[in-house]
Design a protein around this ligand. Structure first.
Ligand code: ARG
Length: 403
């Protein structure tokens, strides 16, 4: 085999992962007896020698995916890392009619994750990257549910500006949206062994799959006239999961939302839905001067609406105070177990009232555990496109990106 440097790196990352697994009080049972770990590492070395890669056992896949979550510096929800449900979808693309099989697996994931509002955290792990660097399955979408952003003739943008590139790509590929409004869900598109699938307008054909919460405010009837909404399940489809050096380029995963992701970012950011001026207007705030703190006050009202509406709809949603306290408990339990915690301060702090959560008053080591983690990666959307995505622009220079 020619690529010995890469193989040595893979072997090293496999060892680091298996040592972490062996050290885990619950997951490490199969590696507990003297010689177990050594035996597995020798087996892996032989496999890497002859095939250039190695195959995870089911229990390695399960613990590895959970560990990848535990190691995700930017995630405030890691307290729940052990509860992640790991689905082994490594051979789904191998079936006849792979597109249908992948689609079915994802719709099942979406339905089971929603679970009538009692959201379950799930990851569906599809085939790993091949030793030649190609990916059996990828998806162009950022999340399974995401709203389109239509560039109108007058230059304005209708919908989510974050989706402008994907929306344009879908329209170019022949998408005929059944409606064009601020919250039109995007179709799905897969890339199987390098070839792009037809568009699948899954929410147009199955509106029942579109789990959304309409936003209302506990004290203001007028708020509903803004006709705001958001989807229930954040299900990310564009990050790579890495376990013991093996890259799973398509491992869509979900948790539940923290309210501020919707109320202080998606709907509030000036480069996203930018609704704070409209919210301020409903509440009669003086927007002529930033020193009235109208933005801050509108932010609070919008976030109250998000929490109130998800609660009323019976859909699980965290808030930054509760998740902040749980994350603090996670930091403490990791330290009690003698494990060094890594974290990204700028992400672990909520975009409102940060100083009221414990994270604000802590420092975090932002080193990235490289052998087992979630990473950004080059999007298949930017392929053949001269205007590179942010992911590919920063690739190689940022520890959160795969090179
Ligand atoms: N911030 C992203 C969004 O607003 C979702 C990221 C993952 N969030 C989560 N709670 N698991 O859609």
């Amino acid at each position: 085999m020619s690529n010995t440097i890469e193989q040595n790196e893979l072997q090293l990352e496999a060892s680091l992962f298996l040592e972490a697994m062996a050290a885990d009080s619950r997951a490490g049972k199969s590696l507990r007896k003297p010689g177990d770990l050594q035996r597995r590492l020798i087996e892996i070395a032989a496999e890497i020698q002859s095939t250039g890669t190695y195959v995870h056992s089911k229990s390695e896949l399960q613990f590895g995916a959970r560990l990848a979550w535990r190691n995700s510096n930017r995630c405030i929800g890691r307290h729940f890392w052990r509860s992640l449900e790991v689905r082994d979808c490594r051979s789904v693309h191998d079936q006849d009619n792979a597109v249908d099989a992948v689609q079915q697996t994802l719709t099942d994931h979406l339905d089971d994750a929603f679970n009538g509002g009692r959201i379950r955290s799930i990851v569906s792990v599809f085939a790993p990257r091949k030793p030649d660097g190609t990916d059996p399955v990828r998806m162009k979408n950022h999340q399974l549910t995401r709203y389109a952003g239509f560039r109108l003739q007058n230059g304005e943008l209708l919908g989510d500006p974050d989706s402008e590139q994907m929306t344009a790509a879908c329209l170019d590929a022949g998408w005929h949206p059944t409606r064009r409004d601020a919250f039109t869900p995007l179709p799905w598109q897969f890339v199987l062994d390098g070839s792009t699938s037809p568009l699948i307008d899954v929410f147009a054909t199955h509106p029942d799959r579109l789990h959304e919460v309409l936003l209302s405010h506990p004290d203001s009837d007028g708020f509903s006239s803004l006709k705001l909404r958001w989807y229930a399940v954040p299900l990310l489809a564009d990050m790579a999961m890495k376990i013991g050096g093996i890259v799973y380029p398509f491992a869509p995963f979900n948790g539940f939302y923290m309210g501020t992701e919707i109320g202080a970012r998606n709907l509030a950011d000036q480069h996203r839905y930018n609704v704070l001026p409209d919210v301020a207007n409903i509440f009669g705030l003086d927007v002529t001067n930033n020193r009235t703190l109208w933005r801050d006050r509108a932010l609070v009202e919008l976030n109250r609406a998000v929490i109130h509406s998800f609660d009323a709809a019976g859909v699980v949603l965290g808030d930054h105070h509760q998740l902040g306290a749980q994350f603090e408990a996670f930091c403490q339990s990791e330290s009690n177990l003698g494990r060094e915690m890594t974290g990204d301060w700028s992400w672990l702090n909520a975009p409102m009232a940060a100083s009221q959560t414990p994270q604000f008053h802590r420092e975090f080591n932002n080193d990235v555990v490289g052998h087992t983690n979630f990473f950004y990666q080059k999007s298949p959307l930017s392929e053949g496109n001269s205007e590179k995505s942010t992911a590919s622009k920063t690739a190689g220079s940022c520890p959160f990106h795969l090179p």
